[in-house]
Design a binder for this molecule. Sequence first.
Ligand code: HEM
Length: 308
Amino acid sequence: MNDYQSQNVADYPNDNTYFLVWSFKPNVDIAKIFKRICALIANINNSALDRFPDSSSSCILGISYSAWLKLDLLKPLPKELKPFSEIKGAKHTAPATVGDLHFHIRSDRKSYAYDISAIISDFLGAYAECIVEVHGFRYWDGRSILGFVDGTENPHGNDRAYFSVIGDTDPVYRGGSYLFVQKYVHNMNAWKSLSVKEQENVIGRSKDNDIEMDDDVKPSNSHIALANIGDDFKIVRDNMPFGNTATNEMGTYFLAYASTFSTIEKMLENMFIGNPPGNYDRILDFSTAKTGTLFFVPSLDMLDSFSS
Ligand code: HEM
């Protein structure tokens, strides 16, 4: 798996993230715009490496199924690239929402994230509409806004690329990744009305020290009991909290990279439908998914070929 380069998907989360979803406007020359966007992303990343080498700055571009078809990109498509279909449980639903391009901008410096987002907006504004813009931030020691550390069981070291980047299973798309995103809004008033012990039962870990509960006490409807589908099926999550204290809109932008989308889909089914069905993820009683879109992140080589 070394003869290609992937976009910066396997990197660790850092302090500031802008998440953007854009959709093309009708009747624009999207082939030309897309070509220029791919060149711009390469330029942005090269420039970041040169100007701010220690700031972990990068911008990752994802392309949805709808955009892939509109742009008439390579066929056959990446094996698991399809429109995300809503997952409906008895009580909670993971909605499917539209979007053509996803930009995941990360940096230790907020100024960088802001500048890159502004450059993208300046360029795309005439041809596309930004339908989601979320500014995520590192909350204390990597906690979600619910107060629990988020990311502990992510793969580490070489495992990050192993679980997030496509290898020989889909040779044309080696070095690419599936990217799945959801914007969740939390009901903080309901969450805060729980005792710490009750909150720990929802997550399946201790709040202060982030220690996993023993299997014999961990509730079967806790988040980690349902999201963990086995050590061979991991994903690289790069969730970030966001929050507006005046409007009380607090949330988690869930973002995952994976070498197969079916892994993420299985986790979603466990959470929303339940395992067994009906035993759904209790975190959903405090978290509403507002969006849900699947994208494909091409390798750097493929991105380069799209720009010429
Ligand atoms: C409401 C949004 C979400 C929040 C606030 C959240 C938060 C958390 C927290 C606090 C943990 C425990 C620490 C850790 O290992 O990271 C965790 C674990 C995990 N989450 Fe989530 N999560 C959310 C949504 C999701 C979704 C949608 C998925 C999958 C599609 C997912 C997959 C996982 C996985 C795989 C683990 C690790 C389980 C383990 O192996 O122990 N999460 N999440």
